[in-house]
Design a protein around this ligand. Structure first.
Ligand SMILES: [Zn+2]
Length: 427
């Protein structure tokens, strides 16, 4: 055992052990020693405290090849809960998950719309209370609330440089205000990163620990998971493939640049093009005057997707053109990260994923840089509409129970691992 493992703090050992138990489902103490590289004495102490705290239970015995059978450990799923909230202009999705990330309650309510932020936050607090009380969960067992909103984010004030539909939220101290209103710790992240985390915690990507979730909601983004940890970049704004330039002379984007994926092919661009073509506008119902209380980019984009799926050639052409741009942006991300798995998610791809998926897969098969070394799989999320809220709850579980610092990941073989030692020395 090297010095690195011994320098692991108790909190880090506890987090590492919890994370391994969560990922494994059930595991013995010997299995924990092998997986984490921690000593038998450390595992014994950490596990005893986790059992005392009610987070872990003993759950039977494994078959043994000689010697006495090994006691299996599992998370005590109903011992803790987390709230996940996905706030958007068009809708607010809520989930309550248990310690393992399984959804025990969910609900959808009206979006932020044009209401003043303090009014929306007060309503969200009432809705969170209803969510928790509806399933009779003791509030003291709720660890916190994960909140996702369309990025970009700043740690100081929550949202900043907001997308056009939520401009009136700019500089509103969302996390602090919501924390006071719901009386729970609040963790804030962007929608694409949370949806990637949600895919992993909801089992949508199997054992894959490194992948990207390409997210389309009001805008376009990507969440990156590297060895099971979200890669957030310096400020939580990594993965912004919506703002990769695909045409240096292209249209101006709301971010201030030109020719971005989102400006050329994002949901708002698709909706604007549909409105601009009389035949498509009629087929999609977008020619009628907008009902401002209900209308949103997400809802209007869904109308274009419905028309395409029911056979309108014009609507389908618009979406396939958008898909070709998104495919190039996705290929760029895959080339930079050398990925082998991409999950398509978010409300936009929940309704139009069947059109985007083959276009993106074909682009990657044809021109992914490392295609001679390995293939790359593109799949549709099984929970594209709610992955974001599940990921928001997973953020709380991760930050409360597995607060491994970003980039600090316990490798399979801890003792000889430089990165862990380096990560801890700067921690
Ligand atoms: Zn842009």
């Amino acid at each position: 055992m090297s010095g690195h493992a011994r320098t692991l703090s108790h909190a880090t050992s506890r987090s590492a052990v919890l994370d391994v138990i969560r990922a494994a489902g059930t595991i013995s103490r010997v299995g924990l020693i092998q997986t984490t590289g921690l000593t038998g004495a450390t595992i014994s102490t950490v596990v005893r405290r986790l059992i005392d705290d009610g987070l872990v239970i003993e759950t039977g015995r494994a078959e043994s090849t000689g010697g006495k059978p090994r006691v299996l450990l599992a998370l005590n799923q109903p011992s803790r809960f987390a709230v996940g909230v996905h706030l958007d202009h068009s809708g607010i999705a809520y989930v309550l998950t248990n310690l393992g990330g399984a959804v025990v309650a969910r609900m959808s309510r009206a979006g932020a719309g044009v209401a003043d932020p303090p009014v929306v936050v007060a309503r969200m607090a009432r809705e969170v209370d209803a969510l928790i009380e509806g399933v009779g969960v003791d509030r003291s067992r709720v660890l916190g609330l994960g909140l996702v909103s369309p990025g970009p984010l700043t740690p100081a004030s929550g949202m900043r440089l907001t997308p056009p539909s939520m401009r009136h939220w700019e500089d509103f101290p969302l996390d602090r205000t919501l924390q006071e209103a719901v009386r729970l710790p609040v963790v804030l992240d962007n929608d694409a990163t949370a949806s990637a985390l949600g895919e992993r915690w909801s089992g949508g990507v199997g054992a894959a620990a490194t992948f990207a979730a390409v997210y389309m909601g009001t805008g376009i983004g990507a969440g990156l998971l590297v060895n099971g940890n979200a890669y957030r970049g310096t400020s939580g704004n990594a993965g912004e493939i919506g703002h990769i330039c695909l045409d240096v002379d292209g249209p101006e984007c709301w971010c201030g640049a030109r020719g971005c994926t989102e400006a050329l092919a994002g949901p708002a661009a698709v909706v604007a093009a549909a409105r601009g073509d009389a035949a498509i506008a009629e087929a999609t119902g977008l020619d009628r005057p907008a009902d401002h209380a209900r209308s949103s980019v997400v809802a209007d984009f869904a109308a274009v997707a419905r028309a395409a799926r029911s056979g309108d050639a014009g609507a389908r052409d618009l979406l396939e053109r958008s898909a070709r741009y998104l495919a190039v942006a996705t290929r760029t991300l895959a080339n930079v990260m050398d990925l082998e798995l991409i999950v398509l998610t978010g409300p936009g791809l929940a309704v139009a994923g069947s059109i985007y998926l083959p276009v993106i897969q074909a682009e990657l098969d044809r021109s992914f840089f490392a295609r001679a070394s390995h293939s790359i799989t593109v799949q549709l999320s099984r929970s594209a509409a709610t992955a974001c809220a599940i990921g928001a709850a997973a953020m709380v579980l991760q930050s409360e129970l597995a607060p491994l610092r970003q980039g600090l990941r316990l490798p399979d073989n801890l003792p000889d691992s430089e990165p862990v030692g380096m990560g801890l020395s700067t921690a």
